[in-house]
Design a protein around this ligand. Structure first.
Ligand code: C2E
Ligand code: CA
Ligand code: CA
Length: 538
């Protein structure tokens, strides 16, 4: 009996899975069989035959024939419609399946996408990967944008596909998701990412992603940074684990190309602090509270002020001065550096217009700004607007930035020089460049980095290095400014080696406009003690 019940239940379930058309066909088929059996049982055909013969003159046989033909026609029609419908349903099902796939996968790499991740759950993942503990690896390619510019969009797509393949082939069992752009997520058994072996495993992964690939005949190499979080150690929810891996990735990226970092709790605090700083810098940009201060550039022989270097200063809410090394990188990261530079240059040129015409203005350009080919034109526009003579401005580029962005720098420098502005090579000696290699970029001044000024007062070998730099600049017809002079001894040393200009705490720190005017534009009125205070070396 229970077996019977079971079978009936199964039949009912099966019947429920049928389409309406299939149910109709079964119902009509069954009804026809019942009717046919009844007709056979009752000898209906013989009765009908007798009836036809008895009423030969009614032409019932012709009508019957017509009805049979109409029935066959109807049957064929119905069958064709049924087959058509079945095909349509199949096509619709396929289209639906494709739409579902597209909404959860990336068409380029065929990898699951962020939406797919949002519907995944940890229990399924553990079962799929046959692992209790899982490692979440957030991966971001380094330098992808540059390569994309170099080899074109199609080439960039090819690179992403190859990267996707490399990720999929890295581990036997893993899930790889393309989170967007050049960001991927790899989920794998955490056994391979234990305390001892994790770093080596991450290095292996980075190494395989960094291997050179040839795309349209060009050999390219992309870098990769990896942030790692572990389930259950760093979170019990998918979203938390992804967030933790992202935070670790952010730290990996900040420590340079091709690095991996494991999530640590303290990272959260750092990220929060950083976010707070970003908000503050945004507000400072809106309220224009980052101001230019000025450090005098001196003629070392006469002691006269010949110029002023603009150095950005920002006083926080509590009155403490934040150094530019802290807020300039933040401004760069949040995309505010162009705005900040424009604010500073505008204000500085307005200030300097009040000073004697023989005092020049030296203005720093952040390395990231050099990739903007319109930079030269932008600067010239500001000069035109404020009426500051281009010949009184010297724009400082660091040696490192020029080496990295030589092509864009050439355009920018050409624009500036054409407008009459001079170019200085900042922090010279720190970028291991060859001055001859850079001499094609028509700069008129090199600024000798502080550490060489320090060496100029040491032994003869060190002195000879500095002297060679100064001599070579002289032969190229380029002026030299010694940076970071802190003592009279240093001033005398660089002067004796042939350097005619200098700046540093020995003369003055960077001071606000009003103070610069008071101390260096009309110094007669300034008591000696006040002059000594601005010179103080910390
Ligand atoms: P930099 O262009 O090499 O500027 C010279 C730095 O040396 C300044 O630091 C200055 O205060 C410091 N300095 C000057 N004399 C002495 C000295 O005798 N001894 C020592 N130890 N240091 C001295 P600051 O103002 O902290 O600026 C640091 C860097 O931040 C600058 O290096 C420059 O690269 C960047 N920076 C500053 N202001 C701006 C700006 O307005 N725009 C851009 N893009 N970068 C800026
Ligand atoms: Ca500088
Ligand atoms: Ca410098």
């Amino acid at each position: 009996m229970p077996c019977m019940l079971h079978r009936t239940g199964f039949t009912v379930k099966l019947f429920n899975t049928l389409s309406a058309a299939q149910k109709d066909a079964i119902f009509i088929g069954l009804a026809s069989v019942v009717l046919w059996l009844t007709a056979v049982e009752m000898d209906a055909y013989e009765a009908f035959h007798d009836f036809l013969e008895a009423h030969e003159d009614w032409e019932l046989d012709e009508i019957l024939l017509a009805l049979i033909l109409a029935g066959i026609g109807g049957f064929v029609f119905g069958l064709r419609r049924y087959l058509e419908r079945t095909k349509e349903v199949l096509l619709r099902r396929e289209a639906q399946a494709r739409a579902d796939w597209l909404s959860t996968h990336d068409p380029l790499t065929a990898l699951p996408n962020r939406r797919y991740f949002s519907v995944l759950n940890l229990a399924e993942l553990q079962a799929d990967l046959q692992a209790d503990q899982l490692a979440f690896l957030a991966i971001d390619l380094d330098g992808f944008k540059k390569i994309n510019d170099l080899i074109g969009h199609g080439g960039g797509d090819q690179l992403l596909k190859t990267t996707a393949l490399r990720l999929m082939n890295q581990y036997q069992d893993s899930i790889v998701i393309r989170l967007g752009g050049d960001e991927f997520l790899l989920i794998v058994d955490a056994d391979q990412f234990g305390r001892a072996s994790g770093v080596a495993a991450a290095k292996d992964l980075i190494k395989s992603l960094c291997a050179p690939m040839t795309i349209s005949g060009v050999q390219v190499e992309v870098g990769a940074s990896v942030g790692i979080s572990i389930y259950p150690e760093n979170g019990l929810e998918m979203a938390d684990l992804l967030h933790a891996a992202d935070v670790a990735l952010y730290f990996a990226k900040r420590s340079g190309r091709n690095t991996a970092a494991f999530f640590e709790l303290s990272m959260h605090q750092d990220v929060a602090r950083r976010a707070e700083l970003e908000t503050k810098v945004r507000t400072a940009l809106q309220q224009r509270t980052i101001m230019p201060h000025y450090q005098p550039i001196m003629d070392l022989a006469t002691g006269n002020v010949v110029g002023a270097e603009v150095l950005a200063r920002w006083s926080g809410d509590d009155g403490t001065m934040l150094p530019p090394d802290v807020f300039i990188p933040v401004a760069e990261e949040i995309g505010g550096i162009v705005n900040l530079s424009e604010q500073l240059l505008r204000k500085a040129t307005e200030d300097a217009l009040k000073w004697p015409a023989d005092i020049t203005l030296a203005f720093n350009i952040a390395p990231t700004m050099l990739s903007d080919r319109l930079l030269g034109k932008r600067i010239r526009r500001i000069l035109a607007e404020t009426g500051f003579p281009a010949s009184r401005l010297e724009v400082e580029f660091t040696e490192g930035a020029l080496l990295r962005e030589t092509e864009a720098a050439t355009t920018v420098i050409k624009d500036l020089v054409a407008g009459g502005t001079r170019i200085a090579l900042d922090d010279f000696g720190t970028g291991y460049s060859n001055i001859l290699q850079l001499s094609e970029l028509s700069f008129s001044t090199i600024k000798i980095d502080r550490k060489f000024v320090d060496r100029a007062v040491r032994d003869d070998t060190q002195k000879a290095v500095v002297k060679t730099m100064i001599d070579l600049a002289g032969r190229l017809g380029v002026a030299t400014i010694a940076e970071g002079i802190e003592t009279a001894e240093q001033r005398d040393a660089v002067l004796n080696l042939g350097c005619s200009l200098g700046q540093g705490y020995y003369f003055s720190r960077a001071v606000p406009a009003w103070k610069f005017e008071r101390l260096f534009v009309s110094p007669e009125t300034v008591p000696h003690q006040e002059m000594d205070r601005v010179k103080q070396v910390p």
